[in-house]
Design a protein around this ligand. Structure first.
Ligand SMILES: Nc1nc2c(c(=O)[nH]1)N[C@H]1C(S)=C(S)[C@@H](COP(=O)(O)O)O[C@H]1N2
Ligand SMILES: [Mo]
Length: 163
């Protein structure tokens, strides 16, 4: 029996869905010179950074990933010597799979301004971030509350307010 067009269409929908789940990514867009869509494997091409910090319950963990400033820099965001004047009003809006959103100003992320090593983390204690937390999470070790440590990050958009 020949498979119906419907059956083929159904197969394509399900197989592409399955593929999307196997290779999740985070989008970097907005005020960038080059938008990026990075998988965990893509992120691993950047130099790794580890931070040891306490979670909400005071338990210490080692998070591993990429400095958010390094990722943004590779997208052509105005950091470093370009982070001055009108660029100081720019911020990033981080969106998560559950609709949670947080913002950081660029100066809060740039290592020239802050000692807070804000990470786009993919691992905790040597293992990939678990479902519901990863595959991508913001870790900002110097913050007294982990409220802005967005779990399940899907996009990071650089925004320049209009006025
Ligand atoms: N996507 C997403 N990230 C989130 C939240 C959320 O509701 N959704 N809650 C935040 C808050 S208020 C806290 S205190 C921490 C809790 O982190 P934990 O679940 O690892 O303890 O996650 C933060 N990140
Ligand atoms: Mo919280």
């Amino acid at each position: 029996m020949k498979p119906s067009v419907f059956a083929i269409a159904l197969f394509l929908v399900f197989s592409s869905n399955a593929f999307a789940q196997r290779d999740p990514s985070v989008t970097i867009d907005g005020e960038v010179t080059k938008s990026l869509k990075l998988s965990v494997a893509d992120l691993k091409k950047f130099p790794p950074t580890e931070v040891k910090t306490k979670d909400r319950d005071g338990k210490e963990h080692v998070y591993k990933g990429t400095l958010l400033s390094v990722v943004l820099d590779s997208a052509g965001v105005t950091l470093g010597k370009d982070l001055r004047g009108e660029n100081l009003v720019k911020y990033v809006r981080v969106k998560a799979a559950d609709g949670y959103k947080v913002v950081y100003s660029l100066a809060e992320i740039d290592p020239g301004f802050t000692s807070n090593t804000i990470l786009l983390a993919t691992q905790v204690d040597g293992k990939p971030l678990p479902k519901g937390e990863g595959p991508f999470r913001i870790i900002a070790p110097l913050e007294n509350r982990p409220t802005r440590w967005a779990r399940e990050v899907t996009s990071i958009t650089v925004i320049a307010p209009k006025d």
